[in-house]
Design a protein around this ligand. Structure first.
Ligand code: NDP
Length: 461
């Protein structure tokens, strides 16, 4: 019999922590989970879920507009009831919080409310909001505390908000300035522009969405501008000042922007404050992320970490997969199954801009660097819907093929439902599909997705 209270103590009730706790408990482990606030972490509370709900809300606006081309007559001008949207979102999020709590109790995970801190490598101290403390010991400790927004030192920093605040803004921002051209900056800018705000996106680099395929970046930036978003690249913020209840954003190019709200979406940092990491000797990397090996083990035996706090790929499905691989490693695979390993190739991802971006595999630049000889197939076109909708939106599809193996090594899309479409093709890339196998696949007609299996013309080598 173990001398520890638990086999596993998980600190953090987000996507990765909950998945690890639940699966470990299913393997018969005695599990505790420590979380100080609502269950579900960033994804459920202030990330993926509310973002996608607001993105859906924003898509209605263009839907109303475009419906006229299909014979609909709008008797009244539709208007957004911001408080109603916030209430509907809040109700859904608290329903999900309850489901996550339910998952813990039905898996017989001991749920502890409070802040977890390592006292030594096998002892966690939990401090509740009323100051009460308790200690527990565990054979293994998992740190899955996620991350939070990072705002750089800029004069007027106290006047800005982060993505955590955007879903519950007291007033709908008629004029919004978004700083940062990554996932969150582009999504929030696009969503609030769709909901009816006048939005300026300010990005310091050459083109938004650094890390994505260059052609995709140019294409989506053009589309966002066509939708009315003011995208300003090679522009930085000099300082921000208050102007009554509004904000004045002074840009490096001498221009000034006036806004109700300034959103800083300038990246995220790991949640590592007051976890006792330094006291127990856990090595940390750049920006405080926890260093781990291929089995998620930190530099200290018995302590593991995964998800956003290790900063590998800050995506919910990645944290879920990491959690399942860790559980297999610690407690063995489920009966009849093989232990899962974490692979970071072929991770599909979407940016929920309007139109959205979907991508899996390598960018053209990465593929050229890795394989040398590659072929690029691409097409951009007006989707069928927009022949009547009046919208000038275009869709881009792009395949990158390695000459030597004939495999499709990168697949990219900018257009409606890109995330949904790319999810299916990710299976094909995961299986190592060749261009000939794409060509042999029958299309679903009439769809945008069929373009991926009808690309015959090489755009460039
Ligand atoms: P990103 O790293 O994607 O983007 C940060 C942006 O802020 C970049 O444009 C960066 O510029 C800019 N920036 C950084 N520091 C400064 C600074 N000091 N001054 C001005 N600009 C600055 O971070 P996000 O916060 O947008 O998202 C974090 C992660 O969360 C993503 O990487 C992604 O993994 C995940 N995520 C996933 C989503 C999805 O799956 N749909 C949605 C939202 C988030 P530069 O490029 O020059 O560094």
């Amino acid at each position: 019999m173990s001398t520890h209270d638990f086999d596993l103590c998980v600190i953090g009730g987000g996507s990765g922590g909950v998945r690890a706790a639940r699966f470990a408990a299913q393997r018969g482990a005695r599990v505790a989970l420590v979380e100080s606030s609502a269950m579900g972490g960033t994804c459920v509370n202030v990330g993926c879920i509310p973002k996608k709900l607001y993105s859906t809300a924003a898509h209605y606006a263009e839907g109303f507009d475009e419906s006229r081309g299909f014979g609909w007559q709008l008797v009244d001008t539709p208007t957004l009831n911001w408080p109603a949207l916030k209430t509907a979102r809040a109700q859904e999020i608290s329903r999900l919080n309850g489901i996550y709590e339910g998952l813990m109790s039905s898996a017989q995970v001991t749920r502890l409310h409070g802040h977890g801190r390592l006292l030594d490598t096998r002892t966690v101290q939990v401090t509740a909001s009323d100051g009460q403390q308790q200690r527990l010991s565990a054979r293994h400790v998992l740190i899955a505390t996620g991350g939070r927004p990072f705002v750089p030192e800029v004069a007027g920093r106290e006047l800005v908000v982060t993505s955590d605040d955007m879903f519950d803004l007291p007033e709908f921002p008629r004029r919004l300035v978004v700083v940062g051209g990554g996932y969150i900056g582009c999504e929030m800018a696009s969503i609030f522009q769709g909901l009816g705000a006048e939005v300026t996106l300010v990005y310091r680099g050459e083109q938004i969405l650094r890390g994505f395929d260059d052609e995709v970046r140019d294409f989506v930036a053009d589309e966002l501008r066509k939708h009315g978003l003011d995208v300003r690249v090679r522009t930085d913020v000099a300082h921000i000042e208050a102007d009554g209840s509004d904000r004045r954003v002074h840009l490096s190019d001498g221009h000034t922007l006036s806004a109700n709200v300034v959103l800083y979406a300038t990246g995220r940092q790991p949640n590592v404050a007051d976890l006792g990491l330094a006291d127990v000797g856990i090595r940390q990397g750049k920006n405080g992320t926890i260093e781990i090996n291929q089995h998620f083990a930190t530099s200290v035996p018995g302590v593991y970490a995964l998800g956003d706090v290790v900063g590998r790929k800050e995506l919910t499905p990645v944290a879920l997969a990491e959690a399942m691989a860790l559980v297999d490693h610690l407690f063995g695979p489920a009966p009849g199954e093989q232990a899962r390993q974490m692979h970071y190739d072929h991770i599909p991802t979407a940016v929920f801009t309007h139109p959205p971006v979907g991508t899996v595999g390598l960018t053209e630049g990465q593929a050229r660097e890795r394989f040398g000889a590659i072929r690029v197939y691409r097409s951009d076109f007006k989707p069928l819907k927009h022949t009547l909708s009046g919208s000038t939106e275009r869709t881009l599809v792009k395949l990158i093929v390695d000459d030597a193996s004939e495999r499709v090594v990168g697949l990219h899309m900018v257009g409606a439902d890109a995330g949904e479409i790319v999810q299916g093709f990710a299976v094909a890339l995961q299986c190592g599909a060749t261009k000939a196998q794409f060509d042999a696949t029958i299309g679903v007609h009439p769809t945008s997705a069929e373009e991926f299996v009808t690309l015959r013309q090489i755009a460039r080598r």
